[in-house]
Design a protein around this ligand. Structure first.
Ligand code: BJW
Ligand code: ZN
Length: 244
């Protein structure tokens, strides 16, 4: 990527005291984890409404667990990439830094990021549908119908499905971080899922500079101050190269 495209954003990153970053599945694509949409997207092989909704889980919990066990096994074999690492380095060099992710793979934390808000939960979390007991279990395959340690009730993945509300505390902290930021980076998300997608507008409306890093255009590209087209694993390390 030519430097005249990146240098104003590099400059903004080194000047800003408060940065918010929103990431999506595209940041983990270079780790070998499939995205949801697009030609190699997960939803091309599986129908979202059959798997990622509370109705699907009530109808056929075995099928939903089969899908999540398959994804848990896949993610357990993957590592963070240069983009995750570069964001962890950015956090250490910026006074106020919030990483908001839609991803459930936990790779930001594995790369060393500390202040991470997981909007859609975490694939290693499980929650009892009877007593709400929450646990973290990194066993890749939890079997057909995993049960609660406390009460024997059926466990469900600790992720947020379509039609479910996001954790209000996490969402509130994410909105606050965006509103207070001077600069917001939106990385590797198709920006079609709400309310995550509109976080960049919260930032922009409060005067932040918004930058999109993606392989392609999204419905929010036109609101961006800068759009950088390319791979997150190449662009973000370049943007923070002065701290490497
Ligand atoms: C690269 C790259 C590289 C690739 N480098 N880039 C308002 C209007 C309309 C609908 C709604 C609305 N408000 C709420 C809704 C309903 C719904 C919604 O948004 N639907 C839309 C699809 C229309 N939202 C909800 O239901 C949310 N709940 C909610 O709002 O509650 C209140 C409410 C309920 C009901 C009605 C109204 C209000 C909950 C959303 C939960 C989303 N859950 C999932 C599954 C999580 C668990 C799991 O993983 O199994 O979250 S769906 C899936 O999509 C997952 C993701 O986090 C999310 C976003 O996907 P993401 O990350 O953007 O991935 P992709 O694949 O879409 O894009 C990848 C991008 O990367 C692409 O752009 C590539 O180009 C790029 N890329 N390689 C840089 N190397
Ligand atoms: Zn229970």
């Amino acid at each position: 990527m030519e430097d005249h495209i990146l240098s104003p954003v590099k400059e903004l990153i080194s000047r800003s005291k408060n940065i918010a970053v929103l990431t999506g599945a595209g940041i983990s694509a270079e780790s070998g984890i499939p995205t949801f949409r697009g030609k190699d997207g997960l939803w091309n092989n599986y129908r979202a409404e059959e798997l990622a909704t509370p109705e699907a889980f009530s109808r056929d919990p075995r099928l939903v667990w089969k899908f999540y066990n398959w994804r848990r096994a896949l993610i357990s074999k993957k590592s963070y990439n240069r983009a995750h690492k570069a964001l962890a380095i950015m956090e250490r060099n910026v006074p106020h830094f919030t990483l908001i992710t839609q991803n459930v793979d936990g790779l930001h934390q594995k790369a060393g990021s500390r202040n991470v808000l997981e909007l859609h939960g975490n694939i290693w979390k499980v929650r009892c549908i009877e007593c709400n007991f929450e646990d973290i279990d990194e066993t890749p395959d939890l079997g057909e119908l995993p049960r609660c340690k406390r009460c024997g009730g059926l466990l469900r993945p600790g992720v947020v499905w379509f039609g479910e509300s996001l954790d209000p505390d996490i969402l509130e902290r994410a909105i606050k971080a965006c509103r207070e930021s001077e600069l917001m980076l939106v990385v590797g998300t198709s920006s079609v899922v709400q309310p995550a997608a509109s976080l960049s507008l919260e930032a922009k409306q409060r005067g932040a500079v918004v930058v999109e890093i993606n392989l392609e255009d999204t419905p929010y590209s036109r609101y961006m101050d800068y759009t950088i087209r390319g791979k997150a694993g190449e662009i973000i390390p370049e943007l923070i190269s002065k701290w490497q």
